[in-house]
Write a protein that binds this ligand. Structure first.
Ligand code: 13P
Length: 343
């Protein structure tokens, strides 16, 4: 498969300071978010919600690609228009989550392995026929005293690399997502250490499995303290730690880094992205952008409540939230504004 296809897709996805919108929650995760708001957890409500998101007027100004879930990619609007046609008409590139979720990693206490490699080559071929140009696979690591273990990091890095190689073989851009989750009391320093360790090992394995780094997107967490940590750092500290950590572990040949939001509020996630650009823009060898799920959807879902009467209000909020993130990418270019990474 020609490398140029991968390179072109990546360029198109992020042209004009755009990013990605992740609406690929599994049914279980989507239902969990609906349950909190008292929204019925049915196939039809999930379809209605995804239709609302996808048909938001003007979304294509800030979002270059949308990541769908398998259930969603086969669905249509209430008027019978396939979601895939609608996205293509809007010039939004179609992405798909292809991992099948996490399972306990046998022999490792409290650690997970992401599954979905069996039959992946055939699934990618089928998705390609539906217009898919990029895919996502999420590995998840939690921080604890002895976590993540080397065994868990290696197992997930192997799966990510095999997935990425299969995507590239099919001409589909792999979004490689090793997420260190925010749950816990850990410090920003510990998050830095773990993120760096995971990324360094991951890139070694991607190299071993002959993944072309110029034809992939990295979707990492930001470097931030745990949700339950007593110390919550400033926006500038998070931006500095994140930038420093990525510079030390991500090769410059990777064309784009698109952050997950990981449970940060929409305001926090946008502020951190903006600070990375404002403070360190001239240090970044990659396109640095967003691939947020909750940090774009949350305000819209809260207002929607599953009621058609709230559709417009929810779309206004989705549009507004998604528009904030490209603005964040226009951080100052003046090198005099840049802080030293290590002080
Ligand atoms: P969040 O931005 O809600 O973390 O979701 C992004 C994502 O795609 C997780 O896999």
């Amino acid at each position: 498969m020609s490398k140029q296809i991968l390179v072109d897709t990546i360029k198109q996805l992020f042209a004009g300071n755009k990013g990605l919108l992740a609406i690929d929650e599994s049914n279980a995760t989507c239902n969990k978010r609906f349950a909190v708001l008292g929204i019925p957890q049915t196939l039809e409500m999930r379809r209605k919600y995804r239709e609302l998101l996808i048909t938001t007027p003007g979304l294509n100004a800030s979002v270059g690609g949308i990541i769908l879930y398998d259930e969603t990619i086969h669905q249509q609007t209430g008027k019978g228009i396939p979601f895939t046609d609608l996205l293509q008409d809007e010039g939004i590139i179609i992405g798909i989550k292809v991992d099948t979720g996490t399972k306990p990693l046998a022999g490792f206490h409290d650690e997970k392995i992401t599954e979905g490699l069996d039959g992946l080559r055939d699934r990618l071929t089928a998705y390609k026929k539906l217009g898919v140009k990029f895919a996502k696979w999420r590995a998840v690591f939690s921080i604890g005293e002895a976590r993540p273990s080397l065994g868990c990091i290696k197992a997930n890095a192997n799966a990510l690399a095999r997935y990425a190689a299969l995507c590239q073989e099919s001409g589909i851009v792999p979004v490689v997502e090793p997420e260190i989750v925010m749950a816990g009391k850990h410090s920003i320093e510990r998050c830095y250490e773990v993120t760096e360790q995971v990324l360094k090992l991951l890139f070694q394995v991607l190299y071993d499995y002959k993944v072309d780094l110029e034809g992939m997107i990295l979707k990492p967490n930001m470097v931030i303290s745990g949700n339950d940590s007593a110390v919550q750092n400033t926006v500038e500290e998070v931006a500095r730690a994140t930038t420093q950590c990525l510079l030390s572990s991500v090769p410059a040949s990777v064309p784009a880094i698109a952050f997950l939001s990981g449970g940060q509020s929409p305001e926090q996630a946008s502020a951190h992205l903006k600070a990375i650009h404002t403070l360190f823009k001239n240090r970044l060898p990659w396109t640095v952008t967003f691939s947020f799920g909750r940090a774009i959807q949350q305000p819209a879902l809260r207002v929607w409540q599953g009621q058609q009467a709230n559709d417009t209000a929810a779309q206004v909020l989705l549009y507004r939230q998604a528009s904030l993130d490209p603005t964040a990418l226009q951080g100052a270019h003046d090198s005099k504004n840049q802080y030293a990474l290590i002080q």
